[in-house]
Design a protein around this ligand. Structure first.
Ligand SMILES: *Cc1c(COP(=O)(O)O)cnc(C)c1O
Length: 404
């Protein structure tokens, strides 16, 4: 056993690079939608590790898969394939439009693979001029230098030297702004089928279908970043299934491993063939341990009952949030889909989402923010109704305290 060093929140400031500002609470245990810190304070978890712990904490199916695979084989590298990866990929193909899967360790890496593949496809199918990538303002695609440049927040990509070139940003839900940028030089349009980090913004039907049509007219690939919306989060296995629009490439991560790091890019045979031997790779991507846990998560989420449950729980969340707002008039809008919900602070409380998050934490309920003005909820997809109600009771107390 490693020696158990005494550590606390102040250790963070001494030993960690200062790119994060974690809360003062250090959780030590989780079960379902509840979390405890070392003083045994209990929290209801509506944050879900930022839409990652899609089955709550320590779900028995995931724990069993982890223990079982953990005693067999953890890692080989991609010089060998492994059974859990082959099973998980087969199931993902059965359940989606895709014919081929590439595994990564994170969402950013899945998007990095998608972007590199799109550029290769364009080069080999259409020539060296077809390099333009269109993405959206306020979009988020990860923190590698390529993905963060494609993301629509220049503040995240500024200050690191010359950026990857030929990346343009349109306005979400504004088809004309896409029309103005798209041409036969466009190799891909990259979009979240509901903007998560950007503030929980749903696409209109006309917009998302229009983007698909524009891609078809200009021989551009449509890449759906479903890192946050995928694996049941919006009440369908992937968000595209509910939109009547099929992408050419889709990326998935966050909930895919239910808390174990894994990501994937999925696509069709015709596109996949351009990522030839040696063109891309990852040492740990698709390792047996990650894939075994993800396979258990995927099997558990991809059932009609669980997905129907997401829609039901969404209604309860919306109902409780609307009732709270009727009393306290703090939000201008409650929006989102499935269990990815945003409560938008009204003009008077603009910029205060983080303060509300901290007050909620003090009351024993963990929430997220999406930008400075939106309180975001991304709980477990199987959060019990009782926990929703108790968490909302606590959230209401937090709001009352915040406003007093
Ligand atoms: C979180 C997120 C990412 C980045 O995923 P990482 O695992 O942090 O690299 C990419 N795209 C979207 C839409 C996300 O929400």
């Amino acid at each position: 056993m490693s020696e158990l060093l005494a550590v606390d929140r102040s250790t963070f400031d001494q030993v960690m690079v200062p790119n994060y500002a974690p809360s003062k609470v250090i959780p030590v245990k989780g079960k379902g939608s509840r979390i405890w810190d070392k003083d045994d304070n209990e929290y209801i978890d509506f944050a879900g590790g930022i839409a990652v712990t899609c089955l709550g904490h320590c779900h028995p199916n995931l724990v069993n898969a982890l223990i079982d695979q953990g005693q067999k084989l953890w890692h080989l590298s991609n010089t060998m394939t492994n059974e859990p990866a082959l099973r998980l990929a087969s199931k993902m193909i059965d359940a989606t439009f895709a014919d081929k899967v590439y595994f990564s360790n994170s969402g950013g890496e899945a998007n990095e693979a998608a972007l590199k593949l799109a550029r290769r496809w364009a080069l080999e199918e259409h020539g060296i001029e077809k390099t333009h990538i269109i993405a959206f303002k306020q979009g988020f695609h990860g923190r590698t230098f390529f993905t963060v440049t494609v993301g629509g927040q220049p503040a995240y990509s500024d200050g690191f030297g010359p950026k990857p070139a030929d990346i343009f940003h349109a306005e979400y839900n504004d088809l004309e702004s896409v029309k103005a940028l798209i041409s036969d030089k466009t190799c891909a349009v990259v979009i979240e089928p509901l903007q998560g980090e950007g503030g929980i913004i749903q696409p209109t039907d006309e917009f998302i279908k229009g983007v698909r049509a524009l891609c078809d007219q200009n021989n551009a690939l449509l890449v759906f970043d479903e890192v946050q919306t995928g694996v049941g989060r919006l009440g369908s296995l992937y968000a595209y299934m509910d939109l009547g629009v099929t992408p050419d490439i889709l990326t998935t991560a966050k909930g895919l491993g239910g808390g174990f790091p894994i990501g994937a890019m999925i696509t069709t045979d015709a596109i996949a063939k351009h990522l030839k031997i040696g063109t891309h790779g990852s040492t740990c991507g698709g390792n047996p341990l990650a894939c075994a846990v993800a396979e258990a998560a995927f099997d558990t989420v991809n059932t009609p009952e669980l997905l129907a449950g997401v829609k039901e729980k969404s209604k309860l969340f919306m109902k409780r949030l609307n009732a709270i707002n009727e009393k306290h008039s703090i939000f201008s809008e409650i929006r989102g889909k499935g269990l990815l919900i945003g409560a938008v602070l009204n003009e008077q409380y603009k910029g205060k989402a983080k303060e509300l998050l901290l007050t909620a934490m003090d009351e024993g309920v963990m929430v997220l923010i999406a930008g400075a003005n939106v309180v975001r909820f991304a709980p477990s997809l199987i959060v019990p109704d009782e926990d929703i109600n108790q968490g909302m009771d606590k959230f209401e107390i937090a709001i009352a305290k915040y406003l007093s």
